[in-house]
Design a protein around this ligand. Structure first.
Ligand SMILES: Nc1ncnc2c1ncn2[C@@H]1O[C@H](COP(=O)(O)OP(=O)(O)OP(=O)(O)O)[C@@H](O)[C@H]1O
Ligand SMILES: [Mg+2]
Length: 395
């Protein structure tokens, strides 16, 4: 398993099935390619015991590579509708980007029909599993830890939005895409839906993709993608982290089911503190926790132009910048869609469940009828939805 220079790595014959990807992958400098044989042996023949999760892309295995390092090995399943396009996007977008808060893609395997991504392995799974997963884990998320996680995710996103050129919109920020390393440092993962925003553009129009509950309304309904769509998803996630609950919970009384509606109602009554996770047993800085919730509300405002940039969010969270309470306006909600999702697949805890088999992506016909498409899908509220991107255009 080595790191090859692209054109000379195969000697005379590239592996079967590789050529179709060659043009696109050739843009990626020094891409590390793993052989299927090595990955099979790293995962003990992709054994069930080594399986750590499954998403719309396919199963994910823990493996030990030849030099003893652990890796998360993500196998594109034959049935995956997310498919080869996301496989390529993931590699092209993230391969040469490194940041403390972004999951590192180590390389890939393209052999015959096999399409496999290899990442650094993160010991503490995802936020969906550990914080929102219904209490089946031993990690205690103190206020300090939550604050560190929120700031880390915000820094990772600010880096993608403002420091990388062209800027990157992730499009699928959600609890299951935030992995935690052994020190609970958050790592943003899954760049398969990411979009590059060319330097002189403010937005790209695109077919809609993402996860219901985290989707900014202007993007879900109009297909207009800006970095502020990620800011919206981050805002939802921020409120989830402070409250310890998933963005939708059909078991609660109607007015409490959607976390943003709930947060807005409590904010208007000046009792936001009621939303803070009781699992901390009151051991938190109430003023700071309410400030975080207000920042979540600022990020999810209906008008995308009013949402702060991610670098401003970092400053607000870390106390470098004050937030002006009077400026918070009502969050944008697509609760009609969420209502349908939840009713079609109730979840006992109302929290994100792991190993959902029903996270298969659903392909829709486009943003012109995005509303119809969303309503007619049968994905869950936590699944990534992939819409075909055949007529993406910049304008
Ligand atoms: N690098 C990693 N280290 C440790 N665990 C990982 C890693 N990557 C993925 N996982 C685990 O595998 C699970 C499945 O990941 P995957 O990204 O395929 O799907 P998902 O995010 O749960 O769903 P979706 O397909 O809707 O995005 C994750 O929730 C996580 O538990
Ligand atoms: Mg994921």
């Amino acid at each position: 398993m080595g790191c090859f220079s692209f054109f000379s790595r195969w000697g005379t014959e590239p592996p079967k099935g590789f050529l179709e990807f060659e043009d696109e992958l050739s843009e990626v400098q020094n891409l590390r390619l793993y052989s299927y044989k090595d990955l099979r042996s790293a995962t003990n023949d992709f054994s069930l015991a080594n399986k750590i999760g499954e998403g719309g892309f396919g199963p994910v295995y823990r493996g030990r590579l030849r030099h003893g390092e652990d890796a998360a090995i993500k196998v594109l399943s034959a049935e995956s509708q997310q498919g080869a396009r996301e496989f390529l996007t993931e590699i092209k977008v993230i391969y040469d980007i490194e940041h403390e808060n972004l999951a590192k893609l180590c390389g890939c395997c393209v052999e015959g029909n096999h399409r496999i991504l290899v990442y650094d392995y993160f010991e503490n799974n995802s936020l969906a599993h550990t914080l929102l997963g219904g209490g089946h884990n031993s990690i205690h998320f103190s206020w300090r830890t939550r604050s560190k996680i929120c700031i880390g995710i915000a820094r990772g996103l600010a880096y993608l939005h403002e420091e990388v050129h062209p800027h990157i919109v992730h499009r699928d920020i959600k609890a299951s895409n935030i992995l935690l390393d052994k020190d609970l440092t958050p790592k943003i993962s899954d760049f398969g839906l990411a979009k590059l925003i060319p330097a002189n553009m403010t937005h790209v129009s695109t077919r809609v993709a993402g996860t219901i509950g985290y989707l900014a309304p202007e993007y879900a309904i109009g297909g207009q993608l800006t970095r502020r769509a990620d800011v919206y998803s981050f805002g939802v996630l921020l409120v989830e982290i402070v409250s310890g609950r998933c963005n939708t919970n059909s078991l609660l009384p109607l007015e409490e089911q959607y976390i943003l509606e709930r947060a807005w109602n409590l904010y208007e009554r000046n009792v936001l503190v009621e939303l803070v996770d009781t699992a901390m047993n009151g051991d938190f800085d109430a003023e700071e926790a309410c400030k975080y919730l207000k920042i979540g509300l600022l990020c999810t405002q209906d008008n995308p132009k009013l949402r702060p940039s991610m670098s401003t969010v970092v400053k607000m969270l870390s106390g470098e910048r004050r937030i002006d309470d009077s400026k918070v306006t009502k969050p944008g909600l697509i609760s009609d869609f969420m209502d349908l999702k939840i009713r079609s697949n109730p979840d006992k805890s109302g929290r994100a469940s792991l190993d959902q088999k029903n996270t298969s992506a659903t392909t829709f016909s486009g943003f012109d009828n995005a509303e119809h498409s969303l309503l007619s899908s049968n994905t869950t509220s936590q699944s990534t939805m992939t819409f075909t991107e055949a007529c993406d255009r910049n304008n």
